[in-house]
Write a protein of this length. Structure first.
Length: 482
């Protein structure tokens, strides 16, 4: 076998082993071990990193940036409901853009004082660590029934500030290369790259939607969505705009308008494809994060410094979230304080920080320090914040069965019971066990009660529209899968 063939075979072997490990970890966390799947992947990855098979794997920033991120963020855009997006877009934009910049500057100045790093290097570190990636939080919320508006804020802000963080990273790298700080030029460049990316994404999403309108084959339509994701990313990057922001907006447009032209089975196929694709990508990323773990470097810097930096990142996140909450209360309906707590603690830092810190030039003297500090934040996010998020949200009363759902299910159960009782009385009447006049009297009473329950259920669904939307999604999905 040639050298190229041997390398290809080794690559296939590694990919296959990764998938086997991901599936086994998923089965263990689902049925046997009560631990977050993402956190378990990181722990397993750290163990695999000690083995000769996986210990030599190099985590490449270009693969994460050009392959993994477009898939994750396009699927994130597909999953966002446009109505909830419109209702909360101002919050998401404040957190994702001015909020991230403020947090980046705060982290930069504090790191400059704490570690003695140059100010621009400190700001570069701020741009690296502040983008959020709450994949495990979103999965928990969707499974356990958190408020859809809160879920949209977390998910939407995450995909937008991933783009903002990458743009800020590029701007700071440009300032470092130029050797001078030109604030007006940097601000204009940031707005140009971000807004330009959004425009490209919207246009590509519209073009993709029009194409989907004339295609009626589930294989072609899935393939078209893949093309839209990567073509949007590459087109935006070609014009030196934000490919990440472009992909998010393209996914948002296709997910909310393109699916209108898909047959129900096709919608299910597209949804299932992207769900599987992102599952595989996330499994690879979080296993790689675990493999990248080098505990020795943590001790070289000092645990106290690492703990101080982790809490600095948390404090910066808290500052922008709570200040946004105060501002939002003055101009619009307030964001519940419990939601703000979740936005702070649920703002995990993982995929984008890892990709950005690995993109730092190898000849930069501070690269190893930046890598160690970023990994400390990533591991704390996944192993402490991620694993405690379920219990934290439950304590705040944000997940679990709500009173409205509990009442809805109680009345629905009564309705099903009444329908069963009517059938039973009719069977008794037909068999002669009950006189016809008595049976008809009981049936009339049951029918009146059934009408009242139907009216009550209708009122509950109209009063709590989010509950109605959730029920509609469940019915549509269940009917398509049956």
């Amino acid at each position: 076998m040639s050298v190229e063939g041997a390398m290809a075979a080794a690559g296939v072997q590694e990919v296959t082993l990764f998938l086997i490990v991901a599936i086994l970890t998923g089965v263990l966390t689902k049925y046997f071990i009560r631990i977050q799947y993402i956190a378990a992947l990181v722990i397993v990855g750290a163990i695999l990193g000690l083995t000769p098979i996986f210990g030599g794997i190099e985590v490449r920033a270009d693969i994460i940036y050009y392959v993994f991120l477009p898939l994750i963020l396009f699927e994130g855009g597909l999953a966002i409901h446009i109505r909830h997006f419109r209702e909360t877009v101002d919050v998401m934009l404040i957190l994702a853009f001015p909020g991230l910049i403020a947090a980046m500057i705060l982290v930069g100045y504090c790191v400059h004082i704490l570690f003695g790093l140059p100010l621009l290097v400190g700001m570069l570190l701020g741009a690296i660590v502040m983008p959020t990636d709450p994949v495990s939080v979103i999965a928990t919320f969707k499974k356990l029934g958190a408020p859809p508006r809160l879920t949209t804020i977390i998910e939407g802000e995450s995909v937008l500030n991933d783009g903002a963080g990458i743009v800020a990273f590029g701007v700071v790298m440009g300032l470092m290369a130029a050797g001078e700080v030109n604030i007006p030029h940097a601000a204009i460049d940031f707005v140009r790259v971000s807004a330009g990316g959004a425009i490209v994404g919207i246009l590509m999403g519209y073009v993709g939607t029009r194409v989907l309108q004339y295609v009626d084959d589930h294989i072609f339509e899935v393939t078209i969505t893949i093309i839209i994701a990567f073509a949007t990313f590459l087109l935006a990057e070609h014009f030196h705009l934000s490919g990440i922001i472009a992909v998010v907006f393209a996914g948002l447009i296709v997910g909310n308008y393109g699916e209108r032209y898909m047959a129900p089975p096709t919608r299910l196929t597209v949804s299932n494809f992207w769900e599987v694709a992102v599952f595989i990508v996330n499994a690879f990323i979080f296993l790689l994060i675990g493999i990248e773990l080098t505990v020795g470097s943590f001790f070289e810097i000092g645990l106290l410094y690492l703990i101080a930096f982790v809490f600095l990142v948390l404090a910066a996140r808290g500052l922008i979230v709570y200040c946004t909450g105060i501002l939002y209360r003055l101009i619009k309906r307030p964001i519940p304080l419990s939601w703000q707590h979740v936005l702070v603690w649920g703002g995990l830092h993982a995929t984008v920080p890892l990709a950005l810190v690995l993109s730092v030039p190898r000849d930069m003297p501070e690269r190893e320090l930046l890598l160690t500090l970023t990994l400390a934040v990533v591991f704390f996010s996944l192993l402490v914040q991620g694993m405690s998020m379920d219990r934290f949200a439950r304590k705040l009363g944000l997940i679990g069965i709500t009173e409205e759902r509990r009442e809805y299910e109680r009345r629905l159960g009564l309705l099903l019971g009444i329908k069963g009782a009517v059938r039973e009385v009719k069977n008794l009447m037909r068999s002669g066990a009950v006189h016809r006049s008595l049976a008809e009297k009981i049936i009339r009473e049951y029918k009146n009660f059934e009408r009242e329950l139907n009216e009550n259920l209708k009122c509950v669904l109209e009063e709590h529209c989010e509950l109605g939307e959730e029920e509609e999604r469940i019915v549509r999905r269940t009917s398509l899968e049956s």
